[in-house]
Unconditional design. Structure first.
Length: 334
C-alpha cells in the first residue's frame, strides 16, 4: 500500500466524534459515493457494528478504519469480495479510539458553488465528481482508477459517463481554458484513465452476427475518441458486435471498413464543425452491398457537437449517449 493511501486512511479515521459519523460523512472522508458505502454494507457485511435506536446508523472509528482497509485493498486491484473478507478479518491496528465528545462547532454556510479543493467549479455535481477531480488534480493514478471503476460499477456505464465523468471532464476543460494553458496535464491524465477504466470494465468483444455489426469511427481530422470508447463499451455490454476504428479514420479506410463489415449501422463522431463532413456522411449512407434485389445500406448515426445545426439528409442524429445506445442496440438483430 502506498504512503499516500496510508496517510489518506489515517485522515479518514481521525476526529471521528463520539456519536459516530453518518453514511454521507463517511463517504466524504473516504472520497467515495454514499451508494458505495451502502453496497459494501449490504453486500459484504461491512456496516457499522453499533446500532442505535434511530433511523440512521452511525459509523464508529473502527467501522471507518475497516472501510479504509477496504478502499486500500480494492485500489490494488483486488476483487471487492476478497477485499471485504480481508478487511473484516485483518482489522488495522491503527484504528483510532473513541474520543470524548467535543463542543459542536457552529455550522458553516455552504459555498454557493462546490469546488474540488483546487478551484475546479463543479456546481451541484455528484460527490463522485469531486473525488475524481481531486484525484486527477493530485495526479493520483491509484485513487483515480479506483473511483472511476467504482462509479461505473455502481451506476452503469451510461449513467457514470453522463452524470459523473462528463461533468468532471468539463470542469477540467473550463479550468484549462481560463488558466492560460495550465492543467493540460490533468485533462490528459484524466482522459487516459477514463479510457483505461472503460477497457477494464468492458466484457470481451461480441462475436459477429450477420447484419448486426456497428462500425464506430471519428471522421477524418477528428482525434477525440473518448465518447466513442464509452459507446463501444456500452454496446459490447449489451451484446452488440462493434468494430471500433478510433480517431481520424481516412475517408478511403472508412469506406473500405464499411464494405468489408457490411454493418447494420455506422456511427460517425465529430467534435467540431470543422471536421464534420456532411458529404462523407451522405456517401456512407448511400453505400450498398449484397445481391441484386436484396441490397442493404447502413443506418448512419451522426454523433458529437460538430453535427449540430442543419440535419444531414439520409442520416439520423443522436444527442446523447443513452439515445445512441438505444438506437444502435435496436438495429442489431439477435
Amino acid at each position: 500500500m502506498s504512503e499516500r493511501t496510508e496517510n489518506a486512511g489515517r485522515g479518514a479515521v481521525e476526529d471521528v466524534p463520539q456519536g459516530g459519523l453518518t453514511t454521507g460523512e463517511v463517504a466524504r472522508r473516504l472520497g467515495v459515493a454514499p451508494t458505495t458505502v451502502r453496497t459494501w454494507d449490504s453486500r459484504y457485511g461491512l456496516g457499522p457494528e453499533l446500532h442505535t435506536g434511530g433511523r440512521h446508523r452511525r459509523w464508529a472509528p473502527a467501522d471507518v478504519a475497516r472501510l479504509e482497509r477496504m478502499c486500500a485493498l480494492t485500489a490494488t486491484g483486488l476483487a471487492p469480495a476478497e477485499a471485504a473478507r480481508l478487511a473484516r478479518t485483518e482489522e488495522p491496528s491503527a484504528a483510532a479510539p473513541a474520543r470524548p465528545a467535543r463542543a459542536a462547532a457552529p455550522p458553516r454556510r455552504a459555498p454557493a458553488r462546490a469546488r474540488a479543493g483546487s478551484g475546479l467549479s463543479l456546481g451541484d455535481a455528484r460527490q463522485e465528481c469531486k473525488g475524481i477531480a481531486r484525484a486527477a488534480l493530485r495526479l493520483d493514478a491509484t485513487a483515480l482508477e479506483r473511483l472511476l471503476l467504482d462509479a461505473m460499477r455502481e451506476h452503469g456505464l451510461v449513467a457514470a459517463w453522463t452524470e459523473v465523468i462528463v461533468p468532471t471532464l468539463q470542469a477540467v476543460g473550463r479550468k484549462w481554458e481560463s488558466s492560460g494553458e495550465r492543467y493540460v496535464e490533468v485533462e490528459h491524465f484524466l482522459s487516459w484513465h477514463v479510457s483505461g477504466a472503460l477497457r477494464r470494465s468492458t466484457p470481451d468483444s461480441v462475436p459477429d452476427r450477420p447484419g448486426a455489426t456497428t462500425v464506430l469511427a471519428c471522421v477524418p481530422g477528428e482525434n477525440h475518441t473518448l465518447a466513442l470508447e464509452v459507446l463501444a463499451a456500452a454496446l459490447t455490454e449489451r451484446g452488440v458486435p462493434v468494430r471500433m476504428f478510433g480517431g481520424a479514420l481516412p475517408v478511403e479506410s472508412l469506406i473500405a471498413a464499411v464494405r468489408r463489415t457490411g454493418p447494420a449501422a455506422v456511427a460517425l463522431w465529430a467534435q467540431s464543425r470543422s471536421t464534420a463532413s456532411r458529404p462523407l456522411a451522405q456517401h456512407v449512407a448511400a453505400m450498398e452491398w449484397g445481391v441484386r434485389g436484396a441490397r442493404r445500406s447502413p443506418y448512419v448515426l451522426t454523433l458529437g457537437p460538430g453535427w449540430s445545426g442543419r440535419p444531414v439528409p439520409g442520416t439520423a442524429r443522436a444527442t446523447g449517449l443513452a439515445e445512441a445506445v438505444t438506437t444502435l442496440e435496436t438495429l442489431a438483430p439477435r
